[in-house]
Every structure is written in C-alpha cells, then in structure tokens.
Design a binder for this molecule. Sequence first.
Ligand code: SF4
Ligand code: SF4
Length: 149
Amino acid sequence: MAQTLLPVPIFSFPEHLLGKKDRSVSDHPESGTLSLFKDMNNLPPNLTDLPVIESCDGCGACCMQTAVPPYIVINGQHEALLNDVPADLVDEIMPYWEIRFQLPERSCMWFDEQRKGCKHYEYRPKACRNFEINSSSCLAIRDKWEIEG
Ligand code: SF4
Ligand code: SF4
C-alpha cells in the first residue's frame, strides 16, 4: 500500500489553533498524559467558551488526532502485547504503528466514523483511557474540530 510520508507527529497541535504560549505538552507524545495548559483556570477564551459536557457521545475528536492506536512501549514490551490485544488486531496495527510519526494526521484506524467511537474500545491504549473529558486537551481538540459537545 502506498504511504504518504510526512514529518507530522501524532497529537500535533498547530500553534495558531492553540492561541497560547504556556502550554505544557508532555515530554513524549505517547506518555499517555497530554497536558496542553498548565493552568486550567487560565485557558484562552476560545476554550473556556466550550460547554462542560457529560459524555463523549457524538464527539470522537481525540480519536481524529492519531492515525494508529497510540500504544507505547513499556519496559521494552509493546503495550498491546502486555494487554493481551488479540493477535489479528496487533497484526493489523503494527505496520502503521511502526511508522506512526511519519503518518499524516488523520482519524485513528480504529475510529468508527459513523458511531464516533472506538471499534475496539476494550483494547484501547492507556493514552486513550487516560484522556479526560473536559480536560484542557479535550477542550483544545474540540475547539480545533469545532465540536462543542
Ligand atoms: S475530545 Fe473530549 S469529549 Fe471528545 S471524545 Fe475526546 S474526551 Fe470525549
Ligand atoms: S480510543 Fe480507539 S479509536 Fe480512539 S484513538 Fe484510541 S484506539 Fe484509536
């Protein structure tokens, strides 16, 4: 399959969409903790205008930032293998996971566009489990994709 290789990391947030300089992105984009702003009480107006929401139903914006499930390597072992992800799913993602930092930004291969949810929710990576609704990162991504809630 032909691939378009671009130097775009997953979870990239263009500066003009963020509108603030004091963001605190974790040292590694796969750390599972992505904090864009140190101070939740000092967010840019475009983010504070967004409503606090009760559920992720109909959103899925955070799944539109990474082309492949954002598994990490833990003590030399792939997170998917540590979490007993079925072999067919591991085989499916691995060729893309290997080149994840070269892939252009697009929705995750496990993202169900119709349902706006994860096709393999029970096997989703730690980074996805830790992504908090109404967090600064959630607000920034919803703002980017113009999804209020
Ligand atoms: S961006 Fe926020 S509201 Fe939307 S799916 Fe992710 S955590 Fe839920
Ligand atoms: S929750 Fe599922 S679809 Fe969304 S980024 Fe994680 S693995 Fe991909």
